[in-house]
Design a protein around this ligand. Structure first.
Ligand code: 4NP
Length: 148
């Protein structure tokens, strides 16, 4: 089984959305993947996702309400096979935190970022859902091509 960790700054908007979308879409695709999410910062540790992220997810059938924020820990780099960052700032932080033999972090969208919706409006939260779905479809094709 593969294990994927999604990472953003606060773990209340983007990475919990990625986690919830991944759980549904990987199951739909018949892929056995363990997913989790974390933030590089600890501002929101223990808190549920932003209510705007919960609402945007629910509108598309993704339940974020049970998730609680946590900060990434060193052990995550050995527990997870893939550590996928929402944006380049988070990727740089992950590269700095990565222990010597840990998983090499990468951008979730490969060459693009999932923009931070925190100071934005409903359309920005909607965009996170669309990018999450798009990125997950790409990950699923990639994993299928790589074989079992
Ligand atoms: P996230 O969004 O990294 O997608 O969870 C943010 C959440 C909180 C803050 C910034 C971004 N903040 O500054 O508190």
């Amino acid at each position: 089984m593969s294990r994927i960790l999604f990472v953003c700054l606060g773990n209340i908007c983007r990475s919990p959305t990625l986690e919830a979308v991944a759980r549904v879409e990987f199951a739909r695709a018949g892929l056995d993947v363990e997913v989790d999410s974390a933030g590089t910062a600890d501002y929101h540790t223990g808190q549920p996702p932003d209510r705007r992220s919960i609402a945007a997810g629910a509108a598309h059938g993704y339940d974020l309400s049970v998730l609680r924020a946590r900060q990434i820990v060193s052990a995550d780099f050995t527990r997870f096979d893939r550590i996928l960052a929402a944006d380049r700032a988070n990727l740089r932080d992950l590269e700095r935190l990565r222990p010597e033999r840990g998983a090499q972090p990468a951008l979730f969208l490969g060459g693009a970022e999932v923009p931070d919706p925190y100071y934005g409006g409903a359309a920005d939260f909607e965009r996170v859902i669309a990018l999450a779905r798009q990125g997950m479809a790409a990950l699923i094709s990639q994993m299928r091509a790589a074989g079992p």
